[in-house]
Design a protein around this ligand. Sequence first.
Ligand code: PLP
Length: 404
Amino acid sequence: MPINFEELFSINSKRMKKSVIRELLRLTAKPEIISFAGGLPSPESFPVKEVKEIVNEVLDKEGKIALQYSSTEGDAVLRAELIKHSKKNGMDIKDENLLVTTSSQQGLDLVSKIFINPGDPIIVELPSYVGGLGAFNAYGAEMIGVPLDEEGKSAKLLREELKVLNDSGNKPKFIYIVPDFQNPAGITMSLKRRHEILELAREFELLILEDSPYRELRFEGENVPTIYSLDNDGRVILLGTFSKIFAPGFRVGWVIAPPEVITKLIVAKQSTDLCPPTFSQRIIGRFMEKGYLNKNIDKIKIMYRRKRDIMLDAFGKYMPEGVTWTKPEGGLFLFVRVHEHLGIDTDEMFYKAVDKNIAYVVGSAFHCDGSGHDVMRINFSYATEDQIVEGVKRLAEVIKEHSK
Ligand SMILES: Cc1ncc(COP(=O)(O)O)c(C=O)c1O
């Protein structure tokens, strides 16, 4: 008799949903498709030559350490570099504030694991990073979306939401924020808004989960301090990653948090994967020691700025009336709105777009309340410059064909 796995799967596993983006990416894997869908770095941004050099050096000089398990907290060489790097970025952190993770997606999972009880409300953004929603959902959180405006998560609407939750005795544990070049909306939270959100977190006694993979990819405008560095009472947990500034294939990220949180995360991580990948960590540590990371970030910023400009230019030239888009100062994404009078549902249009060999991510994937059918996320880092122009032309054609 065949085994009935459905009867055996846990309640938690039944809550888990397939990532919509990963599913869409399968459809867009044909070589003729120009994909604006994934949040993939440009392959040209990978520092292959430098990595080769360091891999050889590490294997020659310290292979016995690099191929061994490391501590759960992370490799000492990388940790020392991360502390220097964080200080340079305005964060006064100590050893006990840091945990190296197997990428920031693991940070999202571990934070969920230690804080979320089934039914706990968690405040997210509307729209929000889909992998964050997936992690919180897997632990049974009730997602409450607060819309973004041009300065980030709306403080006014957040206050209203928190008041309602507080009055009903249903207090959220944390507020999830992607403050820099938000995925998917491309918006950066203003300094004023960061202070307002911190103030609200203080008033309602909540934590803030600050997830910031794109922070260092600013091509123009003023840097805004991390929420972590503005906080005086230890209520912010900050997630970082090497995925967009170095290479996602290494799967290394980090968490900066109060020591009590780090201690709990370490225990949670021990039952997840024992330790982050030692070889990846040692390579990145030596890469940073040689000053290669900052050079690499500078190179990526030039490359992505150019791609963003080419994309904005093409949007200006080819998009019909009724379509608007963000002009991000950094990161990887434009967020595109198809206004109501065009009568387009971006979920429905997706399959038509794939038929025309152009792909984007549907806006509804980022909205925990099922809305977002008038928006789409467009990535500008992955496609080549020629593909960007051709892809925008194709997308504009699809929109025109489906407008009422
Ligand atoms: C906001 C945000 N958080 C976390 C991640 C996960 O990144 P990684 O697990 O590669 O570090 C991503 C990836 O795109 C992201 O956009």
